[in-house]
Design a binder for this molecule. Structure first.
Ligand SMILES: *Cc1c(COP(=O)(O)O)cnc(C)c1O
Length: 417
């Protein structure tokens, strides 16, 4: 049954482009209309037609403890009574900053912002301001939010050509974005060689999770650490997905690599619009009002969002066994997909089943996947009460709220697709 979702979607399309406030929600890639959500609790999400789903989107990652996690909800309700925003500093911003730094103890300072897009955009401005250089290297298939200079994914294959992915982005805005291939050290070396002394930073998703999950090859992140250091460039880990997910300390802890800057989003806000960028003191001190790199936000450090972030991070910090649990849940799903004949990539609680026969280690491998088969699989899973990401190029997110019953039900659905 989806009558009410269909009606609400029709209505929404009259006043919102495509009926959604973020494109992937429109379910276009899976050739059906979206379900409209009424509420969610734990690992389950409920639509307006009374359907219940086991949720593996988890708001695209933030709900690592499950939906409506009581300590977060209670604290947020209480915080609301004190007013929603002041535009002035509060004690809790420091509490959250210190919690974030406990996760990445080799970092010194944190700036809170409102979205992952903003965190990455700001971190890159800081890297440019700090190094006095303009160019950055990003990887094809890595997503860093929708700011102009980062909306470049696939060029023509020429190392130096950077065409915007989106209309409305002037070519000049992406001219300083150089593209390399994820897991391909040679492509990075070539860019450093062709642009000596000009590269401010390399930005990378330490585990690619926006082209489906693609883990870094052994040694790849260390290679990035070494080549950036050798060229006085900064290494930025975009941990908007991996932060507080692969471990409390995110990918830097998981892989034992210390980048110069890290961006956080999604989990760090506990489901509220909050993100952050962090760095060493000498780098972060270029940010206004201390330094000359301007970055600001009317709602940055919002008291309600900060409260949600604190409660979620406190829960993750106090029970690190969460990470073993969600890893083991994801492993069970991985096994079921493998048994069904999928190619599967998994890192901790992030996983992607791919519709392709070979291994998936690069963006080029990802592009070989059969998206029509994916669409049919998605529709089958949804009809069986399992809500996975509506695209081959997104990760599945497992939460601590998923139960044995949920997993059994999901495994049966996988066997039935
Ligand atoms: C989601 C995401 C972003 C953008 O975050 P928003 O909060 O959607 O702006 C940036 N980088 C990565 C790796 C992401 O997954």
């Amino acid at each position: 049954m989806s009558d009410r979702s269909e009606a609400l979607f029709d209505d929404a399309k009259q006043v919102i482009p495509g009926g959604v406030n973020s494109p992937v929600r429109a379910f276009k890639a899976v050739e059906r209309n979206p379900v409209f959500i009424k509420n969610a609790k734990g690992s389950h999400i409920f639509d307006v037609d009374g359907n219940e789903y086991v949720d593996y989107v988890c708001s695209w990652g933030p709900m690592i403890l499950g939906h409506a996690y009581p300590p977060v909800i209670e604290a947020v309700k209480k915080a609301c009574d004190n007013g929603l925003s002041y535009g002035a500093p509060t004690e809790n911003e420091t509490v959250l900053a210190k919690l974030i730094l406990e996760a990445v103890p080799f970092m010194d300072k944190v700036r809170l912002v409102n979205s992952g897009t903003e965190a990455v955009m700001s971190a890159i401005r800081v890297a440019r301001g700090y190094t006095g250089r303009d160019k950055i290297i990003k990887f094809r298939g890595n997503y860093h939010g929708h700011s102009d200079g980062l909306l470049v994914t696939a060029g023509s294959g020429l190392l130096t050509e950077s065409n915007p992915d989106s209309a409305g982005v002037p070519k000049g805005y992406t001219a300083t974005t150089l593209l390399a291939d994820y897991n391909d050290a040679t492509s990075v070396e070539a860019l450093f060689k062709a642009n000596p002394g000009e590269i401010a930073a390399v930005i990378v998703e330490p585990v690619s999770a926006n082209m489906g999950v693609v883990p870094p090859k052994e040694g790849f992140l260390q290679f990035l650490r070494d080549i950036t250091k050798a060229n006085d460039s900064l290494l930025i880990f975009d941990e908007v997905i991996t932060g507080f997910r692969l471990a409390f300390g995110g990918a830097s802890e998981y892989f034992g690599i210390q980048p110069d800057m890290i961006t956080f989003g999604k989990i760090v806000g506990g489901g509220m619009p909050l993100a952050a960028y962090v760095g060493k003191a000498d780098i972060m001190n270029v940010v206004a009002p201390v330094g000359s790199v301007y970055q600001a936000g009317t709602l940055s450090g919002n008291p309600i969002a900060v409260t949600a972030g604190i409660k979620q991070l406190e829960a993750l910090k106090s029970d690190k066994a969460i990470y073993d649990r969600i890893d083991s849940y994801a492993k069970k799903l991985e096994e079921a997909y493998l048994e069904k004949g999928f190619t599967v990539n998994r890192v901790g609680s992030l996983l992607s089943p791919f519709f392709t026969s070979g291994p998936v280690v690069s963006y080029a491998d990802v592009l070989k996947c059969d998206t029509n088969k994916f669409a049919a699989y998605f529709r089958s899973m949804l009809s069986q009460g399992i809500y996975v990401a509506p695209s081959q190029f997104e990760a599945m997110f497992v939460s601590d709220a998923h139960t044995e019953d949920d997993l059994d039900k999901t495994i049966k659905a996988i066997q039935n697709i």
